[in-house]
Design a protein around this ligand. Structure first.
Ligand code: IYR
Length: 221
């Protein structure tokens, strides 16, 4: 790798009152986010998705290898193929594969093998994790902290989509190797998750569940 030059950091400092207000405002914004399972087929401008993906691409990651690829699916036929393949796996998950304990943890969410949202929502974003990169010469280059890096990028993406005014569902059909085939992705990529994106259906409902309070999720020493 060639030498990388260093440049001065562009850092924006806020007065401390502003800082507290900004932190509170950000929390107020993200706490409104809910995972949605009932989507509308209303179209969403591609430009919005592009901006949110650019935001995701700024995520911190191992050695700046940026080991991710986002496949944005709006084509009806491709969405249908994904739905059928995912439902196939989900049927096996719910009826055979999932241990009782896991099914009990899912019961309050009311999920089952049916995934109509995979066809209804205007966009499915298949997030692919690149376990290694390929140079133009065909040489393999190892990527570092792939799971962490892609997880952080997805966090940015979900926050960006929410901030733009869209609903998401973090969907994890398991296993989801079928995505490589349907989306024609190379062997160095593994599906990480499938993000369903769009407007919620007018009658969308969500489970009445709460997040843990601060004193349960954090310890100050
Ligand atoms: N992948 C299955 C099951 C599922 C698992 C978890 I953990 C969830 O939080 C929700 C669902 C499905 O999508 O139905």
């Amino acid at each position: 790798m060639s030498e990388i030059r260093f440049i001065p950091l562009e850092f924006e400092e806020f007065p401390s009152e502003d800082m507290a207000r900004r932190a509170e405002a950000f929390y107020a914004e993200v706490r409104r986010r809910r995972t949605v399972r009932d989507f509308s087929d209303r179209p969403v401008a591609r430009q919005v998705i592009e901006s949110c993906l650019r935001a995701a691409g700024t995520a911190p990651n191992g050695a700046n290898m940026q080991p991710w690829h986002f496949v944005v699916v709006s084509d009806l036929e491709v969405k249908r193929r994904i739905r059928l393949a995912a439902e196939e796996e989900e049927k096996a998950f719910y009826s055979e594969r999932a241990p009782q304990e896991w099914l009990e943890a899912l019961a309050p969410l009311g999920t089952d093998w049916r995934k109509p949202f995979l066809e209804i929502a205007p966009y499915l974003i298949a997030v692919m994790a690149q376990s290694y990169s390929l140079l133009p010469s065909g040489k393999k280059v190892k990527n570092y902290y792939v799971q962490e890096s892609v997880g952080i990028a997805v966090g940015f993406l979900i926050a960006a989509l929410h901030h733009a005014g869209l609903a998401t569902l973090t969907h994890t059909p398991s296993p989801m190797g079928f995505l490589n085939e349907i989306l024609n992705r190379p062997a160095n990529e593994r599906p990480y998750l499938l993000l369903v994106v769009g407007y919620p259906a007018a009658d969308a409902s969500v489970p009445d569940i709460a997040k843990k309070p601060l004193d349960e999720i954090a310890t100050f020493l």
